[in-house]
Design a protein around this ligand. Structure first.
Ligand code: NDP
Length: 331
């Protein structure tokens, strides 16, 4: 189990400053929502993590409830950090979140100070870490004053248990308010994590502008629409795919003919550009002005390597962008 990372790991990777902060993030980060839980193959998961680090991916994204079972992705990541990556902790950005249901009772979810700070302590214990780099409020809580949730993020940073504060899934108006509250405490909003991909462009309705205005970064989750924007489903639903396993939020019913029509049209554009559909989907997001980075998932090393190609993909001409928009129109 003696891991020594590649000396050339930063040669092909690209970094961008996260909003107006001092923190640079790799334009491609790896998320551990799927494929890294206690029910998954530890050897394969460890291999993906180490290959990612070898390829210059320094940002690993978790949440309290990633698994299954909930918490087990943080445990797995903590194990790999301890046995393989401990010497490189200062080269790694670890993010985690609290907000979705994690333990029974009223404190196991949402955005109270009680819930967020207890969850952060649990995450640190599971990962065997003194601090995480980014701590997120995972979702807005309609019943907790925003001041309380923001206060918990401020406390997490001031106590040294997190270096930076982030929001996830917050709409534009709440993001602006939260950023203003954080700014009064001199704890800037570092980043917002939102679903953003060619099939779901909701952040263009106001959130992207808000992030540019407040100087926060934007990391796009599910940039491949959980695998839909890849060659995974072009030939049907494979048993070993996320939809085939039917374990998460992508199920066979969500792979509609209308979605596949758009996916096939996008795939034709990608082929003509000489790249994979995944690569086109990622490089399109990375070309949007508000976006700092994309947060991909991977069930095997070859997917990660394919996704990394997006870092050196050619830009889009105006004609290509129009063609992509046309391919996305509903029939
Ligand atoms: P993606 O959209 O990148 O989907 C990942 C899946 O797509 C993989 O598991 C794999 O599916 C398939 N895939 C990836 N690359 C390729 C490729 N090159 N060729 C073919 N198939 C490929 O992201 P996720 O939905 O996994 O989300 C990424 C991360 O975002 C999560 O791990 C998590 O960290 C974060 N997230 C945050 C949320 C939030 O609320 N803040 C919500 C959801 C995610 P298969 O397994 O079928 O092989």
């Amino acid at each position: 189990m003696n891991f020594a990372p590649s000396e050339s790991r930063y040669e092909s990777s690209a970094f961008r400053r996260c909003g107006r902060s001092g923190l640079q993030l790799p334009i491609i980060a790896l998320g551990l929502w799927h494929n890294f839980g206690g029910a998954d193959d530890f050897v394969g998961a460890r291999a993906i993590l180490l290959r990612a680090f070898d390829l210059g991916i320094t940002h690993f994204d978790l949440a309290n409830n990633y698994g299954p079972p909930p918490g087990s992705a943080e445990e797995l990541f903590g194990k790999v950090l301890k046995t393989d990556l401990a010497a490189w902790r200062d080269e790694i950005v670890v993010s985690t979140k609290a907000g979705y249901r994690m333990w029974p009772g009223p404190y196991g979810e949402w955005g109270s100070r009680k819930s967020l700070l207890a969850s952060l302590d649990q995450s640190l214990r599971r990962m065997n870490l003194d601090y995480v780099d980014i701590f997120y409020s995972h979702r807005p809580d309609p019943d907790t004053p925003l001041e309380e949730t923001v206060g918990a993020l401020v406390h997490a940073v001031r106590s040294g248990k997190a270096l930076y504060a982030g929001l996830s899934n917050y709409p534009a108006d709440m993001t602006r308010r939260a950023a203003a509250l954080l700014a009064t405490e001199a704890v800037p909003l570092l980043i917002h994590q939102a679903r953003y991909n060619l099939l779901d462009r909701w952040i263009e309705g106001g959130l992207a502008d808000a992030l540019l205005d407040v100087g926060a970064g934007c990391i796009a989750f599910s940039p491949l629409a959980q695998g839909l924007l890849t060659d995974r489903y072009l030939g049907g639903i494979a048993e070993d795919s996320r939809a085939g396993k039917n374990r998460g939020f992508l199920n066979p019913g969500s792979i509609t003919e209308d979605a596949m029509r758009r996916v096939r049209a996008l795939n034709a554009i990608a082929r003509r550009r000489g790249q994979s559909l995944a690569c086109l989907a990622l490089s399109w997001i990375l070309s949007r002005p508000a976006v700092t980075s994309v947060l991909v998932g991977a069930s095997r090393i070859s997917q990660l390597e394919d996704n990394l190609e997006a870092a050196s993909a050619p830009g889009f001409s105006e004609d290509e962008l129009r063609e992509i928009d046309a391919a996305l129109q509903p029939s």
